[in-house]
Ligand binder design. Structure first.
Ligand code: ZN
Length: 406
């Protein structure tokens, strides 16, 4: 059998929608490293670690994260791609055998603000670690992501601010489209050379022939006409899946939902739809209702480290004095190991004492809450109960809906 480049072959991933309710859908995403049920929340592992959580915990029944994120920008700067290559790729280096998705670094360098300069070729920026001048382009991002070896790589994009004018947003969207084309070309070259080198360490695991999948990113800020154009032209280039980028970057929440509502249902129905960097549990449920399948956000981990817990009764700040002798768990309807064992009073004591365990336990509970919410969402869609679930979830006391993602 002839070896052909499989980068854009749907067999890099297999995706099947198994149930729908309105625009909401639940499906199965098959990767070389296991099957992922969607809608799915992907914990963020910026530097090759989901901060504050051991991999055993992520794999346990308590959390059961099927896919995590790795961060191209951070891993490229430190430890550097040569070290990760020498250690056999990101999975082997960090000791995670389940699926991973790597972002392209586009968003991180964009977030550096004044520290970066964007040109047609790519983005020049100062490293946040040592101030060294660095340059990231679609080609370099694809090379780094190929070395990292995640199941899903992302095209290198440029993000416009939430309040960008139509002119600014168009300029940024056009650049993102040109970079999407270059990302795809570089990606295909790299996949082909990997196949020719016989660099297929996991090929036997699920018999999916392609090494990595590549997702395109839809931009256009809050301008619906630009978003639609970005979607059509990104689909024309052709990717294994599609992401909505450039949301939760300063625009108002109703604007964010307006974009999701306009774009998600128009995204190819037979490919996974990924909403990047959003959001609260309520945001996730609302985006699922509009047709999104995949999510990532730093909220459960970051807020865990600052003493904030997400619960079925809304957000809870463990520093609050009213928890000083509170014997109840963080969330009385949560069955995670933290809630089964520890009281709010103890967690508050740990936090106020500056004990590292406070961050670890709060992060664990928060991830359990996000992942369990997605489990309940999937179950609700399968049993045609999603509308009811959504109503109850978003109407719960203290629901974060309408609040900004912090
Ligand atoms: Zn819990």
């Amino acid at each position: 059998m002839a070896i052909t480049p499989k980068s854009m072959d749907p067999n890099a991933l297999e995706f099947e929608v198994i149930a729908r309710e309105g625009e909401a859908r639940t499906g199965i995403l098959k990767t070389r490293r296991g099957v992922i049920e969607t809608p799915v929340f992907m914990p963020v592992g910026t530097a090759g670690t989901v901060k504050g959580v051991r991999f055993e915990e992520l794999e346990s029944d308590d959390l059961n994260a099927r896919i995590i994120l790795g961060n191209t920008y951070h891993l490229w700067l430190r430890p550097g791609i040569e070290i990760i290559r020498a250690c056999g790729g990101l999975h082997k280096f960090i000791g995670w055998e389940r699926a991973m998705l790597t972002d392209s670094g586009g968003f991180q360098v964009w977030s550096l603000g004044a520290l970066r300069k964007i040109t047609e070729g790519g983005t020049e920026f100062r490293s946040h670690i040592d101030g060294a001048l660095c340059f990231l382009s679609p080609e370099i991002s694809m090379e780094v992501q190929a070395a990292l070896g995640a199941e899903i790589a992302m095209a290198f994009d440029e993000c416009a601010p939430g309040e960008a004018t139509s002119e600014e947003a168009r300029r940024s969207m056009e650049l993102t489209l040109r970079w999407a084309q270059r990302s795809k070309e570089a990606f295909e070259r790299l996949q082909l050379s990997a196949v020719c080198d016989g660099d297929e360490p996991q090929r036997e695991m699920t018999a999916l022939p392609a090494r990595q999948a590549l997702f395109g990113i839809i931009q256009g800020a809050s301008h619906l006409d630009l978003r639609r154009e970005s979607l059509d032209r990104t689909v024309e280039i052709g990717f294994d899946g599609y992401a909505i980028g450039g949301l939760s970057v300063g625009e108002k929440k109703p604007v964010m939902f307006e974009v999701i509502e306009e774009i998600a249902p128009r995204m190819p129905a037979d490919r996974p739809r990924y909403l990047m960097g959003v959001g609260t549990p309520e945001d996730l449920v609302e985006a699922v209702a509009r047709g999104v399948d995949m999510f990532d956000c730093v909220l459960p981990t970051r807020n865990g480290r600052t003493g904030q817990a997400f619960t079925s009764q809304g957000k809870l700040n463990i520093k609050n004095a009213r928890f000083a002798v509170d014997q109840r768990p963080l969330d009385e309807s949560c069955r995670c190991r933290v809630c089964r064992r520890h009281s709010r009073a103890f967690l508050r004591h740990l936090y106020l004492s500056g004990e590292m365990l406070a961050s670890i336990l709060l992060t664990h509970h928060n991830l359990a809450f996000f992942l369990d919410t997605m489990r309940r969402v999937r179950q609700a869609i399968r049993s045609c109960q999603f509308a009811k679930f959504r109503r109850e979830f978003t109407e719960q006391p203290g629901s974060g809906l309408g609040q900004d993602c912090v």
